[in-house]
Write a protein that binds this ligand. Sequence first.
Ligand code: AP5
Length: 216
Amino acid sequence: MILVLLGPPGAGKGTQANLLAKKRSLVQLSTGDMLRAAVAAGTPLGRKAGAIMERGELVPDDVVIGLIAERLDQKDSGGGYILDGFPRTIAQAEALDHLLAERGTTLDKVIEMKVDDDALVERITGRFACAKCGEGYHDLYKLPKRAGVCDRCGSTEFVRRKDDNEEVVRARLKAYYAQTEPLIGHYRKQGKLRAVDGMADINLVQKAINQALDTP
Ligand code: AP5
């Protein structure tokens, strides 16, 4: 199965992709995570992408298409992929169709996560993670059980994404509405779009996605 999770920053794409990957033995492919890994490694691509990401703009299509093409060639697909944060432009969507056709496969479904902008800003600006194991936390909704100590690995170091401040979140939302939202019509025309309420509780969103995937 090959899926795309589509939605604005903070819609819960990463959260839901992670749960789905475990439940359905799928591989989660997040272009955001790939780009952040390149930034952390200080590669030439990472240096170029890092500045763009800090402004909340989209990295050029050829860069992310190249990352995905390379990743699709690795032999760990299991039961398939969940694309989290890709495609984000019509050019990326067309490139994805082409890449999948070259590999003798096709996109099955696109899940649109519908959310409310103000809630997104609150969700994103409160988000932080354990620096060692990556466990996610939130200032309002999910604090570590023991203050300052990761529930999962016991580390006392936490990190926040550089692009998770209100000003950059607003720029990311602007980029979403200008460049990514048109994909909703694109996939609706292809008959692949299914919408879920991303404002519900995390487990209910997961249930709705699974129902959408299991219904023809
Ligand atoms: P990326 O890393 O993809 O970020 P994003 O799309 O802005 O999405 P986020 O990761 O912030 O949010 P999410 O929807 O995954 O939500 P999450 O599950 O974390 O991209 C970053 C940057 O990289 C882009 O700005 C761009 O520059 C570049 N980039 C990446 N891909 C690109 C591409 N294809 N083309 C060009 N440039 C690209 O949840 C957020 C928070 O909400 C968490 O704290 C979570 O616990 C909480 N939460 C989740 N669900 C719920 C719920 N149902 N109820 C309450 N809280 C919830």
